[in-house]
Design a protein around this ligand. Structure first.
Ligand SMILES: [Zn+2]
Length: 359
């Protein structure tokens, strides 16, 4: 293997810079995966597995709990922002500094410097997170080797500005079709207007009152919204088809089937001819009541926040592993040309994780 040496004795901020300078746009992660694998294989307390460009390393100390620390190694396309640059204010600039090579650096530092953790550790480094879901390396590992991802609790080191973000909301997209009958618009009584038939659907949406359920102490906010309306044949034709696409963002106390059933119920009595589930990703429970999670919250401090968007914590949840996001870096700076991270936040996150894993 022609690996680039990765020196895990560098402090977390320097290691982040090193990782940024090893480009790994989605689909081109191999050199970085090779370097990570080689660095981990040099650590005698870890057993290392690889599937494609995904690397998993585990301790086997016989502890009563196992914690997973996971992060993606790919970045969005570089935008003239590599190599990295550290300025006088201590800000590290470059593609992936925030999302999420700083988090990956923290994982690597914990792997290298905590040989006897109080909980068994699993480190997951995966590819293709920033692209289509079917390419996602964590999904591939979950399908091929679900046992590699077993654990009691998982932390994804995505940028959260040092806050704990618990669980994530699910998302469901449904196409609601109304039908009518085409006719010349000069003789509209000869037809039936499918766009007009959609009016009650829009009324229900406008009147919808979303829930704000509290789960494990976190308040989630649901939303049911039209995201597209399609209809119309020509300027002189009564349309015979109209499609309203609705997106339901739902709290993780509902599962997939309950979310679909809820949407059906909302539109009950509307003249819907077809109800098509177009896209669906389930949510994830925060699992903050688990002892390992509680100890984690205590060690890192702050008030956990709910995650409204969909994230890979949901893939762990599907495997029965509660998961949260926690990492250095401000998520609002992810994917930007001027992507950056306050360098001091990186060793700070490392210190808090170490406190939790060595207490
Ligand atoms: Zn990310």
């Amino acid at each position: 293997m022609a690996e680039t040496p990765l020196d895990l004795s560098l402090d977390a901020a320097r290691l982040t810079a090193r990782l940024v300078d090893l480009p790994s746009e989605s689909g081109d992660e191999k050199p970085l995966a090779d370097a990570i694998e080689a660095a981990l294989r040099s650590l005698p307390h870890l057993s290392v597995d690889r599937h494609g460009n995904n690397v998993v390393a585990r301790t086997y100390l016989g502890r009563s709990e196992r914690v997973v620390l996971a992060g993606h190694i790919d970045t969005v396309p570089i935008a003239e922002n590599v190599p990295s640059r550290l300025d006088e204010e201590g800000v590290l600039w470059g593609c992936g500094t925030c999302d999420m090579k700083s988090g990956v650096a923290v994982q690597l530092r914990i792997a290298a410097t905590v040989p006897e953790p109080n909980r068994d550790l699993t480190f997951v480094f995966y590819d293709n997170e920033e692209v289509a879901a079917h390419l996602n390396g964590l999904g591939h590992v979950a399908a091929a080797h679900p046992d590699w991802l077993e654990g009691d609790f998982a932390v994804l080191l995505e940028p959260t500005d040092g806050q704990v973000e618990g669980g994530c909301q699910g998302t469901l997209r449904v196409k609601l079709r109304t039908k009518g009958e085409r006719a010349h618009s000069a003789r509209s009584w000869m037809g039936a207007n499918a766009i007009h038939a959609a009016a009650p659907i829009l009324e229900r949406l406008a009147a919808y009152e979303p829930r704000r359920p509290v789960i494990d102490g976190l308040e989630y906010r649901e939303g049911l919204n039209a995201v597209a309306v399609e209809g119309g044949v020509a300027g002189n034709v009564i349309p015979d088809l109209c499609t309203v696409t609705v997106n339901f963002r739902y709290a993780p106390d509902r599962d997939e089937q309950e979310a679909i059933a809820h949407v059906r119920e909302v539109f009950e009595g509307c003249p819907i001819e077809e109800f098509v589930v177009d896209d669906h990703s389930p949510g994830a429970l925060p699992g903050l009541s688990h002892p390992a999670a509680r100890a984690f919250i205590e060690a890192v401090g702050g008030t956990p926040q709910p995650k409204f968007g969909w994230t890979d914590v949901s893939r762990f949840s599907a495997l029965g592993v509660p998961a949260v996001n926690y990492g250095p870096g401000n998520p609002l700076l992810a994917h930007k040309r001027d992507e950056r991270v306050l360098a001091s936040m990186i060793p700070e996150a490392e210190r808090r994780l170490r406190d939790w894993l060595t207490a």
